[in-house]
Design a binder for this molecule. Sequence first.
Ligand code: ADP
Ligand code: F6P
Length: 318
Amino acid sequence: MEKQIKTIGVLTSGGDAPGMNAAVRAVVRTGLHKGFRMIGIQRGYNGLLNGECFEMNLRSVSNIISAGGTILYTARCLEFKTKEGQDKGAAKCRELGIDALVVIGGDGSFNGAAKLACETDIKVACIPGTIDNDLNYTDYTLGFDTAVNTVLNAVNNIRDTMSSHDRACIVEVMGRSCGDIALFSAIGGGADAVVTPQKGLDLDALAAQLKQGEKLGKSSNIILLSEGVCSAQSLKEQLAAVTDMTLRTVTLGHVQRGGSPSLRDRLLAARFGVKAIECLIAGKKAVAVGVRNEEIVADDLQKALAYPAADRSELFKV
Ligand code: ADP
Ligand code: F6P
């Protein structure tokens, strides 16, 4: 007979992302409404191993829907990457009476959850929370929309000053090995060029493109650069060797990770949270919830992690 779930733990893991709090809220409220005991685990898998947790009620998630960051804190935990760490995590779940876990994080966090589910009777439901948008099974991860809007605001300001001085600016954005923040921001911000890991860097082609812009009388050039290719400083040095443009660099950094979540992220968070609890009620062992073509989906976790990368060729034409 399958064990009935009575207690659900929820944690946020990896880099924080706007919308994580809104997801915690949805998970806790839905879980309580369905009659579960809800436990908040602090600082991701680190907190699980150390037993840093507390019982959550409706008041625990009051007034957090609009807040960036995560009230559960987050961390990276090397120990959990080892079999010993995962065994310790499973033992801690048993000790705390946790039958299922909702994990909000990126692909690393999902891999950890998959291992926990595989080795034990603990059920896991994963919610994609990372600004990187690097989980291929879902069209959007929580935090991506807010992060891109933050980049767009910065690009608007940068363009004002660059065009006043006839300068070009390389704007380095986050995303690890995924170029989506750069690509989507380049389109939305009307950038003159974009450099992503998917496309790679063709220095001569980039220099020719910028020169052509100059010939056409452009007063500014904005180049969106994904951190997965190289640093803004490195690209500046490479471009300086082949052009005579006046170049400046901006590395947006962690400003992209903070801020109040956009409507899109709040809405997704709410829908993901409800779906995660529904999947656990339905007896799913290990799932990843996501959104495809605006519909909320729940995939087998291993299948979700094996999804091929999205084809962005149409967006590169824009
Ligand atoms: P994200 O979840 O945003 O991708 P990380 O890659 O840093 O962030 O992963 C977050 C945490 O997930 C790690 O610190 C580690 O505890 C856990 N984790 C990552 N990869 C694995 C793995 N292969 N096996 C087990 N746990 C992992
Ligand atoms: O995964 C989210 C992310 O912000 C990446 O875009 C970035 O490369 C990384 O985390 C930065 O990590 P940290 O906050 O540890 O410097």
